[in-house]
Design a protein. Sequence first.
Length: 212
Amino acid sequence: MEIAQLTEAVIVGNAPEAEALTRTALDEGVAPTAIVDEGLIVAMGIVGDRFGRGEIYVPEMLLSARAMQHALAVVEPLLVGDDVSSRGSVVIGTVKGDIHAIGKNIVGIMLRGSGFTVLDLGVDVPADRFVGAIEEHRPDILAMSALLTTTMPRMETVIEALDGAGVRDEVKVMVGGAPITEEFARSIGADGYGRDAGAAAARARELVPVRA
């Protein structure tokens, strides 16, 4: 079996085939890390690029994400004892007053597909909880989402809270959501912005280069 077959199964969103091909690859002696790095991450990178170009839409992306998760579930137990570290870690959440989750969830999936470990705080997350997660988990990136113009200012509140807690310089801050723009991100002092899930994952990869 070639890894390319697994990559294609994930891209087209065939979860049963992706899972079966993952098991076959393991049976044939393919390393779990190769399955993730050369199969799943490559697949989700292609999916993200196509989504960003408008060639596929949310339903197709979710099918690919489901296929990736089925395959990942097979190899994850084998990675635990394989001295494997992720590309980096991300704390993600939707800001206080906003309960929209779909966009955040898709970004989380794309980040996992890019090799990041993701801690999802959920929705309606207050500033102090974001700060607490940064202090406890020391992630590389904090990713915040907002879908309402009325909750956009909460992003700046969180950044100010990070400053107040003395941890702002320890984490890269990314923001996104329908009303968010590059200009807004810069105005509040964020380090990155993603117009969609694929762009967010790409920006995260830029902010956290592959570790040697």
